[in-house]
Every structure is written in structure tokens, then in C-alpha cells.
Design a binder for this molecule. Structure first.
Ligand code: GN1
Ligand code: MG
Length: 355
């Protein structure tokens, strides 16, 4: 169905003057649509929810609406809002059964896939830390689980082992050393899951995808305006949000950089994100949560490598890819990063424990 028709299903003033597809994001399809109302142009973000990944988009939208409204009630400056459809509700199902939703485009905002700017690193940590704080009193059981076992690292490893056994696309031979690394290093990845199972860590409302590019910044001041991409907000572990944030922020290279010699762990960005994040949430953490934050970095890096590699072996069915070996490249990249993290383990742990 045409973008203009889909877009016109939402309650927006004026008439559509342009639309443009955005490239970011590994899962959903995103457009910016622009409307002219009188003399003023106003932009919106139109997104197709990936049904392969989010099996029940209705549950996703219930969460997203509840969370945006709740954060808006505790922080009146939170600028993100879902736009209603003319038929009622917050999503439109097109004639191919695809689910679409619309947000306001946050004015004067920008985002970064990677950055070398330390105040952006600090502000990203602050933004995700504040996000957890805003939702501290939100009843976690009110949230739908939009992807079951999303950060169940043990199951992610099991899926990889199954994909290796099955080897449906005969790709195993191209990934032998990566498979071996991830299977041999699974202990570094699953400790948090074990602590959760043993009831040693509390479940909180977490974002579960704390990538650098899921924060919108003011283009001029680089102050954080909003945390976005709320599809995976679910009960989870604080260390997972922290670890995923460091995994994404503290790399010296983009997530799919092929030249592995460019992949390293940037201490300054790590420190800046950590300061921002931990300063916001420290008072809400138990001793065990605080002392296991480091494990989140190892877990999230190895888990994502495992997910990319599993998807490569399964024929690239989950993450959007732009080239044949994209998921293998991403897996190699995250493995390289995890080696750098392990190499600096004691320094990283020491910095966190002194904060
Ligand atoms: C996906 O949609 P996006 O690009 O923000 C993925 C995350 C991964 C990330 C890696 C629902 O996030 O879990 O960490 O790619 N989201 C989902 O870039 O699987
Ligand atoms: Mg995103």
C-alpha cells in the first residue's frame, strides 16, 4: 500500500508534501513524512512494525502507548507522542496485513550511530539512566512481554547450537572459528541469567535496546531529548541495559565495520556513558546489581554476536541485511569487541566499582 495512503490514516493536520525512507534500525521500516498545514510544515515518523520479530504488534503498541503516556506524566518535557488513527487506536493495519504506527517527529532532533563526542556519550548514559528512573514506579507486570526470552542469553546460545547442527544453508563452514569462540565463551555471557534464576537480581522495567542511536538529541545543544525505540521495554535486568549501552557506545567502530583492526574499546566513552548512567540509577540499585554491572557488558556483546551468527546460519531471517555476509560481519565485529573488553576487564571493573 502506498505511503501516502497509509499516512493519511493517521490524525494529522494539513496535506502530505513529502516522505522519505530512513536507513537506521535493524528491524522496523521507518519513514519521515511531512505535512503542510497553512504555511507551516510538520514532520512525523511513520513506522512499519516488523511482524516476524514482534509476533503481536497490538501488544507492542499497548506497551508503547502506556510508556509514552506514563513518562509524559512524570516528565512533562518528554516530547514523544503516538498519533491516533482516524479509525481509532494507535496503529493501522494495511491491506497486506502490515502494522503501521506514527509518532510526532521530535523537533530539531538528531541521533548518532556512533560518536566520538564525550558529552554525547555522557548524555546517552544520562538519558537511559533517567529512563529507568522515570519508570521506577511503573508496575512491571502491566507490561506485555513483546519478545519472549529476549535477553535470555542461555537460550540464545542454545539457538546457535541448534542452528549449527541444522546448518540449513551450509554456511557453517564459513563461520567455524566464530562458532567455536561463542560456544567456548558462553560462561562469560550467561552469568547474569544464572543470577536471575537464583533470584539474586531484581527484575525492573528496562529498555532492552540501549543503543546509542535510540536517543534523540537536540541538534544545537546536544542535550538528550528522548529515549526512543520502545518496542522492547519489558521487565529486565539493569545490567543488561547498562551493558548494551556500553557495547554500543564504547566501540571505536560501527557495529558492522568489516575491518576488525578498527574495532577497539574506547575507555573515555566507556567512562562518560558509565558516569551518566550510574549517577542516575545508583540510589535504586542493590549491592549485587551494582557489583554485576560489568557482567552486562560481556553478556550483551557476546549475546549480540551469538544472535547475529545464529541469524547468518539461519539464512538472515531476523535482522535487516544489506549484503550477503552482513550478519557474519556483524558477528565477527562483536566478537572482536568482546575480546577487547575481556582484555581490559580488570580496569573496566575497577572504574565501575569506584564510581
Ligand atoms: C536491533 O532495531 P534496532 O536496530 O534498534 C535489535 C537489538 C540489537 C540491535 C543491534 C528487537 O535494534 O536487540 O541489539 O538491533 N532489536 C530487536 O544493532 O531485536
Ligand atoms: Mg533503534
Amino acid at each position: 500500500m502506498e505511503i501516502s495512503k497509509i499516512s493519511n490514516e493517521f490524525i494529522v493536520d494539513g496535506s502530505l508534501i513529502s516522505y522519505k525512507r530512513l536507513n537506521g534500525g535493524n528491524i522496523n521500516l521507518t519513514y519521515v513524512v511531512e505535512y503542510l498545514c497553512g504555511n507551516a510544515a510538520k514532520a512525523y515518523v511513520l513506522q512499519r512494525i516488523n511482524k516476524q520479530v514482534f509476533k503481536n504488534p497490538d501488544l507492542v503498541m499497548q506497551n508503547v502507548v502506556a510508556i509514552t503516556e506514563y513518562i509524559g506524566s512524570v516528565n512533562p518535557d518528554y516530547p514523544l507522542k503516538c498519533i491516533r488513527t482516524k479509525r481509532g487506536g494507535y496503529y493501522f493495519v494495511d491491506d497486506q496485513g502490515e502494522f503501521w504506527r506514527m509518532y510526532n517527529f521530535v523537533k530539531n532532533s538528531t541521533s548518532f550511530d556512533t560518536t566520538d563526542n564525550l558529552s554525547v556519550a555522557l548524555n546517552t548514559g544520562l538519558a537511559f539512566g533517567k529512563f529507568q528512573n522515570y519508570l521506577n514506579e511503573f508496575e512491571a507486570t502491566k507490561l506485555n512481554v513483546t519478545i519472549k526470552d529476549f535477553h535470555n542469553t542461555k537460550l540464545r546460545v542454545k539457538s546457535l547450537i541448534d542452528a549449527v547442527k541444522f546448518d540449513e544453508f551450509s554456511r557453517r563452514r564459513y563461520a567455524e572459528s566464530e562458532i567455536e569462540y561463542l560456544i567456548n565463551n558462553q560462561n562469560r555471557a550467561v552469568t547474569l541469567c544464572d543470577l536471575l534464576t537464583a533470584n539474586k537480581l531484581p527484575l525492573k522495567v528496562t529498555h532492552n535496546d540501549t543503543k546509542c542511536n535510540n536517543v534523540l538529541f537536540d541538534k544545537d545543544t546536544l542535550k538528550p531529548l528522548a529515549v526512543v525505540d520502545l518496542d522492547t521495554v519489558m521487565p529486565g535486568l539493569c545490567a543488561h541495559d547498562y551493558g548494551d549501552g556500553i557495547r554500543s557506545m564504547a566501540s571505536t567502530a560501527k557495529e558492522d565495520e568489516e575491518n576488525l583492526s578498527l574495532v577497539d574499546f574506547d575507555f573515555d566513552k566507556f567512562k562518560a556513558f558509565t558516569k551518566g548512567f550510574v549517577s542516575q540509577i545508583k540510589h535504586n540499585l542493590t549491592e549485587t546489581e551494582l557489583s554485576t554491572l560489568y557482567l552486562g557488558i560481556e553478556a550483551m556483546t557476546l549475546e549480540l554476536a551469538t544472535r547475529f551468527l545464529c541469524d547468518y546460519l539461519q539464512g538472515d531471517i531476523y535482522f535487516k541485511t544489506e549484503k550477503p555476509l552482513h550478519n557474519l560481519i556483524r558477528a565477527k565485529n562483536q566478537i572482536e569487541l568482546s575480546k577487547k573488553i575481556a582484555f581490559h576487564r580488570s580496569e573496566i571493573m575497577q572504574f565501575i566499582s569506584n564510581i
